[in-house]
Design a protein around this ligand. Structure first.
Ligand SMILES: C=CC1=C(C)c2cc3[nH]c(cc4nc(cc5[nH]c(cc1n2)c(C)c5CCC(=O)O)C(CCC(=O)O)=C4C)c(C)c3C=C
Ligand SMILES: [Fe+2]
Length: 439
């Protein structure tokens, strides 16, 4: 499958079945949603052509295109991400074009037992849907579509541990994020006992998963907040390119790459983690921020000023110090006028790891647009999701620095915030979080 997110590069293993490095199953023999009904029909089976991930119908005569059966899936629908693996899916998976973020609070009276049953249900549903199969009693929303790179990722918020009697197993990494001076955070749309991130390359597949997750919650948990996001569709550009955000910037260039020697150390909790975070082995911490963009103000800036706010060219994302998109920033370079080529308050300079004691995170955002306000301004921006082995060595130092002097601050507003511990991936026969809930 063409990767629409070169920033994350080839991702680390996430498949127990034959899979590529990024957890996409190259050879998929799954029943399509809608073909597996109550009758358990011998449904259409797809096979993704090795490597390219292009689907072709191989089930039998009546499934061939034009023969009265369903036509082959397109490449977008055919791509499957493995549920089981060392890490949860949806962390190093290439950005999908649709996303839903949803936080739940456990219902009054629900404790560890109910939470364990819920995670077991959610994991079974995620596994089924990610394989392109239909759960029993399915809504049919995603009928006819393939897995479409669906990922479902689960995390635990700070408050989960007191509610389930697991306070002793709460890692210090879940301590509240510090308050930042530019925060305008709405507590009702922040945090939560449990968090689910859904991503897919098809809007109906993504919504289908959201409904399934909500239904599975049953009496055990209630939705606290929910947000919808999007990214560019796979195949929209002539070649795979780094995503753009709603300010029009190329966004994601300097993300850590899975091929970096220190990638795992920066993004994932070590496999031999001990103490209160032993259950977080191979997991990662997600910081989630709904960041509103003040687009009228931003779009009022000249191109030159916009580029100086970020420190990169808008057209191709190249640093203002020269080169192409992937050329490293030259933070010392000065122009003929003696001024720094990348201004001292440019976002890319301030957030660079070398300016923050090596602090790094894997940014994996979705854009959002929730309509136009009475004042005519779009309620739009970035659902900023970043992953790291420890927020105190990732998001926190960088945001502290940005808070003090980022030229971008005048054009954005952090409106909600969450910090969640996403445990390692579930092995076959396990559910996500089992080591915490049954350990
Ligand atoms: C605290 C972390 C960060 C927040 C919050 C944040 C918000 C934010 N960023 C952009 C646009 C861009 N960010 C870019 C780079 C970049 N941003 C962060 C961190 C936060 N951004 C980091 C760590 C980096 C990489 C720095 C580096 O290593 O050089 C860029 C440049 C291209 C790129 O490397 O991705 C853009 C563009 C927006 C619009 C935004 C809030 C809405
Ligand atoms: Fe940024």
């Amino acid at each position: 499958m063409p990767v629409n997110n070169p920033v994350t590069g080839p991702a680390s293993g996430n498949a127990s079945a034959p899979a590529s490095d990024d957890g996409h199953l190259d050879i998929s023999r799954r029943r399509l949603l809608g073909t597996v009904g109550a009758a358990g029909a011998a449904g259409l089976v797809i096979g993704a052509a090795g490597g390219a991930g292009i689907a072709s119908a191989v089930s039998g005569d009546d499934s061939a295109p034009g023969a009265g059966g369903s036509p082959a899936l397109t490449s977008v629908g055919a791509t499957e991400v493995a549920f089981h693996g060392r890490h949860q899916p949806g962390i190093t998976t290439p950005l999908q074009s649709r996303g839903h973020l949803v936080a739940f609070d456990l219902a009054p009276g629900a404790g560890r037992k109910e939470a364990a049953a819920l995670l077991r249900r959610w994991s079974a549903t995620a596994r089924t849907l990610m394989a392109g199969e239909a759960p029993s009693g399915d809504t049919g929303i995603a009928r006819d579509a393939g897995p479409s790179s669906l990922t479902v990722t689960f995390g635990f918020g700070r408050t989960f541990f007191d509610r389930t009697g697991l306070t002793a197993r709460r890692p210090t990494q879940l301590d509240p994020l510090p308050a930042f001076s530019s925060d305008a955070v709405d507590p009702k749309r922040s945090e939560g006992d449990l968090w689910v991130q859904i991503g897919a390359d098809d809007a109906l597949v993504a919504f289908h998963a959201l409904r399934a997750v909500q239904k599975d919650a049953g009496d055990a948990a209630r939705v606290r907040w929910q947000m919808n996001g999007f990214n560019r569709s796979a195949g929209a550009t002539p070649r795979p390119m780094t995503a753009r955000n709603l300010m029009g910037q190329v966004d994601g260039t300097n993300n850590p790459k899975t091929t970096d020697p220190d990638f795992d150390r920066r993004i994932f909790v070590p496999a031999d983690a001990t103490g209160a975070q032993d259950w977080m082995a191979d997991g990662s911490y997600a910081v989630v921020r709904r960041i509103r963009m003040l687009l009228d103000d931003w779009e009022g800036l000249s191109l030159e000023k916009q580029e100086r706010v970020i420190g990169r060219r808008k057209a191709d994302g190249a640093p203002l110090s020269g080169g192409s998109e992937t050329t490293p920033l030259d933070l010392d370079k000065r122009g003929p006028d003696g001024k720094l080529a990348i201004p001292d308050n440019a976002h890319a300079r301030i957030s660079a790891p070398e300016q923050n004691g090596g602090a790094a995170m894997l940014r994996r955002p979705f854009s959002f647009h929730d309509g136009i306000g009475a004042d005519g301004t779009p309620d739009a921006g970035l659902l900023f999701v970043c992953w790291q082995a420890d927020p105190l060595r990732g998001f926190v130092p960088v945001q502290r620095k940005l808070d003090r002097g980022d030229a971008l601050s005048a054009f954005i507003r952090h409106e909600s915030s969450g910090l969640f511990a996403a445990p390692g991936g579930a092995a076959e026969g396990e559910y996500v979080g089992q080591r915490l809930l049954e350990g």
